[in-house]
Structure formats: C-alpha cells, structure tokens
Design a protein around this ligand. Structure first.
Ligand SMILES: *Cc1c(COP(=O)(O)O)cnc(C)c1O
Length: 459
C-alpha cells in the first residue's frame, strides 16, 4: 500500500487523467442529488475485507457517486454561494495533497506557512488593516466566525472587563453561523434591528445597547457586522458601527466570508469603509476569490490577542510552542491542519492581483446587467438594488410551492441550481453570481423560464 509499485503507477495515471479531464470540462455539468436508498442500492458495500481494487472503486466514484452531487463550480450554480476555483488553484490542490505538509506549527510547515501568510497579508492589506495583522486559514466562514468571537472573549477576560457569561451584539441579518458560534460558546446574543436599507448601523447599536441593563452592558464584549450578507449581499454601515465599538470599547468582528472580494473593485470598495478598524475579519477565498473548498481566512488586527486563546499546552508541544506566535494552531480551534491557503496563494502568485480585480468586476457587471433584465420583465420584481453580486427578486403571483416546483424543474433540466429565500417576510428568488463564467445569457434563460406562458405550474 505504501510502495510506489507498478499498480500504484497505473493508479496514479488514472487518477491524474480523471483530474485532467474534470478540469478540462467547460462547463462541467450541473448534476444533482440521489436519495440514500438509491445510493445504497447501487453497489451495496464498497468497503470489504479483501478490497474491491482501485479500478472498481474509482469506477464507482466516477460513474455514480460523483454524479450524485451538484457541481458547485458550474456556471449554472447560482444558489447559496457558489465555488469557482481557478484552474491554477484546483491544480495546486493536487500538489498540496501530494505534499502532506502539516500546517499546525512553524517547525513542521515553515515554508508553506510563510507563503500562506503572504496571501493573508494581501487580504489584510485589501481591507486596510494594520501591517502586523495576521491569522490563519480555517475550513470556512463558520469556523472563522467562531475563532474571531473566541479571541474577542479571551481579550475581554484578559483585560478584566468580563467576569460573567458573555454576550454579543448581532444584527438579524448576520449569517446563521454567528448564532451557532454563540451557542457553542454558550454566550447570549442581543439582536439589533437593521435600518431601512437592511444595514446594521451605529445608531441602532446605540439604541439597543442603551436598553440593556448595566449588567448586560458589562458582559457584552463584541459586535458582529456583516460585509456582504449571504441573503442579500448588503454591507453593514461599518463606519458608524466601528465608531460605536470604539466608543464602548467593544471588539468588532467583521464577517466578510462572501463579500470580502468586493474590496477589490473601485465600484464596491466605498461600501467597506471602516473595515480597516475591525479587530477580526473573515474572508472565504473558497467563495468569491476563486479558491477550491475549503479555505477561509481569519485575520486579527493584533494577532497576539488571539494567540492566547487557542495555543494548546502539552509536554509534547513545548518545543514547537517556543514559536507560539508563528504557529497557525494559535489562531483558531485546530491543531493538525492542511495548508489549505496554498491553492489560493499559487493562483494569486500565478495570475497577479489585477486578474482577480478584473474577474470580480466582471461578476459585478453581469449582476448589474441581470438586474436590468429583471426590471425589464413585467412578471418579475427586483426587491432591492444589488449591493454586491446577490439578486433578490419576486415572481409576481408565485407562492412557496410555485418557487419549489420551478427550482426542481430547473435542476432536472440542468438549466440552473437556484434556491428561494425569504426577504422582509416574503418568499422570493435569490441568485448569487460569483463565477466569472456565468453569462448574462444563462441568467436570461432562467428569467425567461419564469414567464407566465412557459410556466408549467401544476396547480
Ligand atoms: C458562507 C458564509 C458563512 C459561512 O461560511 P462557510 O465557509 O460556509 O462556513 C459565514 N458568513 C457569511 C456572510 C457567509 O456568506
């Protein structure tokens, strides 16, 4: 199993050939899920006492299991937040797998961590954070939000300003993972209403904060703002939020998991003003920065504040902990880790940052054109001007069941993977455009399929 013998050589050729073919697909087909029953009836057990051989295992994956998934890098994937890795980043993921570098600490992963840090520093500089800002790459925005909030609580405890159960101020539009992080941390959430533009603002934070008891104010240690809400693409009013945080000496965590790429474009950059004063920031390169899953950056303005929260103590770690502040394990809840920032780094180094600026600008332009197309169709109604690259719109006269039936049909016909959402209490359609190969024609075919004449509603 561990020798690179003739069999391993043939297996390597087959695996690399598949990877080659998969990356050459333009575009890859959309695919779709199958039920657990259907999947269990395909082959029965794959894992047996004697093994089925790599040819058979690979065949089963390529022909069946991999096809029972939705291809998140298809340009027709417009639900949730798509994944749109560059060819360079996907290819380098193979290199990372073959290299088996442990990125937990500097002793093990120095060279790889050094270049991961270069990619983190670039993200920090886009946000205008201080020169010493840094952190690590984690599995996703959810893990990043948890890390930022744990670091914030640790800092409050260190300063002696938190002796009680903690609490945070969060808008109703924050990502669901913020609520989950609070649950995991066993802290409370004080929900703050968004304004008429769906933004969290300093004024609303002040108002909510003033209604709290003295004790509740005392145990509040952080504010979570969103720069690119998942549901709407809205960027909170960060300048007024950060002013409030500084006045009340609260940690500001900015969740830019999806929206962070908007920092790259002149058109969207002003929305992010104030982000440079965040204490912690999350950006997911596996979303709008064209890295493969799973890759999210958690960046601290002052990394030393975080390192005390996460560094693990054990006699067998004493030696590597001499370099505690260089160890990625000091900056989030993990120890062993894949150097998952490297595919992102390789692609950035290969193509240069201007290519990223251009690709993000292109998706913003397609979004703006799609908004015009929605406005031009009387059976559709745009819910808001897009802030970034999310479109929220209604199909006049449709209810929940119409949306569901139509989204299912769209996937069966391989026209698009889309999902409805709720905006201001109303069921609507939501599209998220981050793949530069998503064309306006693809989007128009989706809008056209909602037209009354071609609608095949079963009601
Ligand atoms: C996607 C998203 C998350 C969660 O990120 P994962 O990578 O899926 O864990 C958090 N916050 C926002 C704003 C997001 O869009």
């Amino acid at each position: 199993m561990h020798k690179f013998d003739r069999d391993a050589l043939e297996m390597a050729r087959a695996v690399i050939e598949f990877s080659y073919d998969r990356l050459a697909l333009e575009p890859p087909s959309l695919g779709g899920p199958r039920s657990p029953l259907e999947l269990s009836e395909l082959y029965g057990a794959n894992i047996t006492e004697d093994g089925i051989g790599w040819q058979e295992a690979l065949h089963r994956f390529l022909e069946d299991y991999s096809r029972a998934t939705i291809t998140s890098d298809s340009p027709r994937y417009l639900a949730h937040v798509p994944v749109a890795p560059t060819k360079a980043s996907s290819l380098f993921d193979l290199v990372v797998s073959a290299s088996n570098i442990c990125g937990a600490n500097w002793t093990n992963g120095a060279g790889a961590i050094f270049i991961e840090n270069e990619a983190l520093a670039w993200l920090a500089s886009l946000a205008g954070m201080p020169a010493g800002a840094g952190g690590t790459f984690v599995s996703g925005g959810s893990a990043g939000n948890l890390a930022g909030l744990v670091a914030a609580r640790e800092e409050a405890r260190r300063r002696g300003s938190l002796s009680d159960r903690g609490a945070i101020l969060v808008s109703a539009e924050a990502h669901s993972s913020v609520r989950l992080a609070a649950k995991v941390m066993d802290i409370d959430i004080f929900e703050v209403a968004v304004d008429s533009r769906d933004k969290l603002s300093g004024a609303a934070l002040r108002e909510t904060f003033s209604t709290l008891t003295q004790q509740d104010r005392q145990r509040t240690f952080a504010v979570v703002a969103t720069a690119g809400a998942t549901n709407t693409g809205i960027v909170d009013d960060l300048v007024s939020v950060v002013d409030f945080c500084q006045f009340e000496a609260l940690w500001l965590h900015v969740d830019a998991a999806y929206g962070g790429a908007g920092l790259l474009c002149e058109k969207s950059r002003p929305l992010f003003n104030g982000i440079e004063r965040a204490n912690s920031l999350v950006v997911d390169p596996h979303k709008w920065l064209f890295a493969p899953l799973d890759c999210a950056a958690i960046i601290y303005a002052d990394p030393t504040a975080a390192s005390g929260a996460f560094a693990q103590e054990a006699s067998y770690l004493d030696d590597v902990n001499r370099l505690r502040e260089l160890n990625p394990s000091s900056y989030a809840f993990h120890l062993s880790r894949r150097v998952r920032g490297l595919p992102f780094w390789f692609s950035l180094a290969t193509h240069g940052t201007a290519a990223y600026r251009k690709a993000v600008a292109m998706t913003l332009e397609v979004t703006a054109r799609a908004a015009d197309e929605i406005r031009s169709r009387p059976y559709l109604g745009l819910a808001m001007e897009p802030n970034l690259s999310v479109l929220v719109f209604r199909r006049v006269d449709w209810s929940e069941s119409d949306y569901i039936a139509w989204t299912r049909k769209l996937l069966v016909e391989q026209v698009g993977f889309v999902q409805p959402t709720t905006y201001r209490g109303e069921r609507m359609m939501r599209l998220c455009i981050i793949n530069p190969t998503t064309t306006i024609e693809m989007l128009c075919s989706i809008f056209d399929s909602m037209a009354p004449v071609s609608s095949s509603s079963g009601s």
